[in-house]
Design a protein around this ligand. Structure first.
Ligand SMILES: [Cu+2]
Length: 166
């Protein structure tokens, strides 16, 4: 798992804060941020910048469930007219994407939304997503309820290729 969770500052001593900053710098990843809803953590919501005229964008994050099984059932954002839940899988040499009703978050499990796998599809973007933008996103879980998170718009890491195409 390429997940980096940084605890909330109020739980840190100065020494551990320095250690965390050093670790973040060394890991070459963008600053991680995380949100908590009951026993579910939503780690580092992010989206890729989009080209002018492109009407869809993909959103990613990692769900860490330390409690009972739940399901992500919907998402909304003021930045797009609607958000769909999508899965991707290889069918022979073809990457197939389909809309799904929910993303299962099994008890005690970690579920990663990432390029080439499960993701959110932002449909009908009202403006291009620009590197550095911060986009509010409301996630609704079947049992845990709803939470508003902030999506960081940022370029994919150089070593990763964004396979997402529509
Ligand atoms: Cu999609």
């Amino acid at each position: 798992m390429r997940v980096q969770y940084v605890a909330k500052p109020r739980h840190r001593t100065v020494r551990s804060l320095i250690a965390a900053v050093a670790f973040a710098a060394a890991s070459l990843t963008a600053a991680a941020h995380a949100f908590k809803l009951g026993s579910i953590e939503i780690v580092h919501p992010s989206a890729r910048p989009t080209a002018p005229g492109q009407s869809v964008g993909a959103g990613y994050f990692t769900l860490v469930n330390k409690g009972a099984a739940d399901r992500l059932v919907s998402a909304t954002t003021p930045a797009a007219s609607m958000v769909e839940l999508h899965s991707m899988s290889m069918d022979g040499n073809v990457m197939k994407m389909r809309q799904i009703d929910a993303i299962d978050v099994p008890a005690g499990q970690t579920v990663e939304l990432k390029s080439g796998g499960l993701h959110l599809m932002l449909m009908g973007l009202k403006a291009p997503l620009k590197d550095g933008d911060r986009v509010p996103l409301t996630l609704k879980f079947e049992k845990a309820g709803s939470i508003k998170v902030i999506v960081n718009v940022e370029k994919a890491e150089a070593t990763k290729v964004d396979e997402h195409k529509h």
